[in-house]
Design a protein around this ligand. Structure first.
Ligand SMILES: NC(=O)c1ccc[n+]([C@@H]2O[C@H](COP(=O)([O-])OP(=O)(O)OC[C@H]3O[C@@H](n4cnc5c(N)ncnc54)[C@H](O)[C@@H]3O)[C@@H](O)[C@H]2O)c1
Length: 353
């Protein structure tokens, strides 16, 4: 049964869009695109027949196919959204770009710098849209955090640390660094306004041999700022936290906080109230909370998908284009090299293509 609700003007919608990969994340992209009513046709694709059946049950007006080639050969499919495992991104995105489709590929863009750079080159040569699902670039609270940092309210940035942990959702093909640290690396680069110069990374695999499920990254930025990123698939609780320490104030961002997700602390140096010899020599740095705030998230996936469709319709460059995502790949590749070298600092190459 076809949906008959009012649709936007023809110029505001695509003739067709494909969504490839309908495991955990793909159905969210599919649902969002469906709700946005941004395409006359939506074709969902997965090699898993059960995944296709689930889609058919949920969205009766979405076409399904087990063959990606069907999408590539279909002239009405202008754009393809890829939510397959990270290790397949390069091959599938390359096929789509080569077939003349615009591409939104989930993070990470690719699992090596060479592959990511090839995708960027192909998109550039064909003047095709290549966008990467760095979803936090479309998050209102993160935009607010970036505004506060840019305003200078925190003073000079001294240090940032990120914690991103949850239990479950282990991947077979890539480690927790490629999976989770991608988000924080891109947020860190946004806040710092550029790329780090070197990265060190230590990690360990507990569940699947050779696939690290817990890791700690150390990023060095040109201004000598040090950034720590702790990522784990073994966390007891879902944690998404960033602490940005400035010379004047500290900002705490807690993406899963029920009440205030952005808190600012004034740093006050005061005598330690402890008695005794030790207390006399110790001074404590108390932190006074000054501005708790809850900034409503406005469904960043809506913003991301809408932005992609707009870029395809207008031919403009996405905010999270291939080149910006290649910078994150460059950092992640160096982090994985460091993992093999037991945490040695590895220089990061600039993402020139
Ligand atoms: N932006 C985010 O916050 C976010 C969150 C979760 C996952 N992701 C990303 O989404 C992607 C998918 O992750 P997931 O957790 O959904 O993985 P998943 O393993 O649950 O699902 C992947 C799906 O792709 C299908 N698939 C594999 N190869 C295919 C092919 N050649 N053609 C068609 N279908 C194919 C599989 O059958 C499976 O259904 C990953 O890149 C991941 O990094 C992003």
């Amino acid at each position: 049964m076809k949906v008959t609700a009012a649709r936007p003007e023809p110029s505001e919608e695509l003739s067709g869009i494909g969504v490839v990969g309908l495991g955990y994340w793909g159905p969210n992209l599919l649902r969002t695109l469906h709700e946005l009513r941004c395409s006359r046709r939506i074709v969902a694709c997965d090699v898993d027949a059960q995944a296709l059946m689930r889609v058919e049950r949920l969205h009766r007006d979405v076409e399904v196919s087990a063959r990606f080639d069907d999408l590539l050969e279909d002239p009405e499919i202008e754009a393809v959204v890829i939510a397959t495992p990270a290790s397949t991104h390069f091959t599938i995105a390359k096929q789509a770009l080569t077939a003349g489709k615009a591409v939104l590929v989930e993070k990470p863009l690719a699992t090596s710098f060479a592959d990511g750079a090839e995708l960027v080159r192909i998109a550039r040569e064909r003047k095709s849209v290549l966008m990467v699902g760095h979803i936090f670039e479309y998050s209102r609270p993160i935009a607010k955090v970036a505004d506060i940092v840019r305003s200078g309210e925190l003073g000079e940035i001294v240090h940032i640390n990120f914690v991103r942990a949850s239990l479950g959702l282990l991947h077979h093909d890539v480690n927790v660094v490629w999976d989770l640290a991608t988000h924080d690396v891109s947020i860190a680069m946004r806040l710092m306004g550029g790329m780090p110069t070197a990265v060190g990374c230590q990690g360990q695999s507990h569940c699947r041999c050779g696939v690290e499920d817990v890791a700690m990254l150390t990023l060095r930025f040109p201004t000598n700022v040090i950034v720590f990123i702790y990522v784990s698939w073994l966390g007891a609780l879902k944690t998404r936290r960033a602490t940005i320490v400035g010379s004047k104030k500290t900002l705490l961002f807690d993406d899963v906080a029920v009440h205030d997700n952005i808190r600012l602390y004034d740093r006050v140096v005061a005598p330690n109230p402890l008695d005794g010899d030790y207390g006399k020599f110790r001074r404590s740095e108390r932190q006074k909370e000054i501005a708790p705030a809850r900034l409503q998230e406005s469904r960043p996936l809506d913003m991301e998908c809408r932005h992609f469709v707009d870029c395809v319709l207008t031919g403009s460059t996405p905010r999270t284009d291939g080149l910006s995502a290649l910078r994150a790949v460059s950092v992640l590749e160096a982090a994985n090299l460091s993992l093999q070298q037991r945490g040695a600092m590895v220089p990061i190459r600039p993402a020139d293509v």
